[in-house]
Write a protein that binds this ligand. Structure first.
Ligand code: FPP
Length: 247
């Protein structure tokens, strides 16, 4: 039986987040430059998005470029930015056909002007789509996001718009990039690395973590479904005991 056939539709995660890792190693294994791995990584993005859309996952967040990735060699950074622009331009029709709403989280001001323009245009043109939300984390890091939230809250307190007594978890969430987006129930990381790498640290507090040895360019729809099956076999207790959990 395929992994897809094992999925219980009534217990799907609403939100799946993915750390797409292993492009560089995949390219090296193929005797090619790192950029070749990123180019092939786009196929895996398509696979994951199609799988999520077909099965009924409503939010898919992809860690496409971290704040720390700016420190990579200029050549790789430029190639990744170009790839992003090219991919959006090439895929926009397909995103419309698949009813995908594109959004982005991160310090988008830092993106090159052309990249930002293309991204903003795609975000606007897909804003009415309903089937699935594709959220690209670009120039993103959780520590940047949480610090920015603290800064925005402090400004409101200073202006007298917010009482310090009201600065609670809900308030902080309202100032993150992910306001109105449910927390991911499942995080997938490819390539065998087992860390969070500054990704959605607040939002992943109770997420199930799933690690696969598969390098990102080799990731297929079936790998996505395999992760969903593993998720459905976990017991999510949220700090309670087994007998209290009724999922
Ligand atoms: C991590 O692999 C991957 C990235 C930093 C870039 C991810 C980008 C893509 C998959 C392509 C573009 C995406 C979109 C949404 C159009 P790595 O380079 O760290 O691999 P390594 O750990 O093997 O060196």
């Amino acid at each position: 039986m395929s992994f897809k056939d094992q999925i219980v539709k009534e217990r799907l995660p609403r939100h799946v987040a993915i750390i797409m890792d292993g492009n560089g190693r995949w390219a090296k294994n193929h005797g090619e430059p790192r950029v070749f791995g990123h180019m092939n990584g786009v196929n895996a993005v398509r696979e994951a998005l199609t799988a999520a859309g077909e099965i009924g996952v409503k939010y898919l967040t992809l860690y496409a470029f971290s704040t720390e990735n700016w420190d990579r060699p200029l050549e790789e950074v430029s190639a990744l930015m170009n790839l992003l622009v090219e991919t959006i331009v090439k895929e926009i029709e397909d995103l419309q056909d698949k009813d995908v709403r594109l959004t982005a989280i991160g310090d988008l001001q830092l993106l090159p002007a052309e990249c930002r323009k293309t991204l903003e245009k795609a975000i606007k043109s897909t804003s009415g789509n309903k089937r699935i939300n594709l959220i690209l984390a670009l120039s993103y890091s959780a520590r940047w996001e949480i610090s920015r939230a603290a800064q925005r809250i402090a400004e409101k307190v200073k202006l007298g718009e917010l009482d310090p007594a009201d600065v609670d978890q809900h308030c902080l969430e309202q100032h993150l990039c992910t306001t109105d987006i449910p927390d991911p129930e499942l995080l997938i990381r490819s390539s065998g690395e087992k860390r969070l790498s500054n990704f959605l640290l607040w939002q992943l507090a109770y997420s199930e973590l799933y690690f696969t040895e598969t390098l990102w360019p080799d990731f297929t729809k079936e790998h996505f479904y395999e992760a969903l099956v593993a998720y459905q076999n976990r017991e999510r207790r949220f700090g309670k005991i087994s007998e209290q959990v009724t999922i």
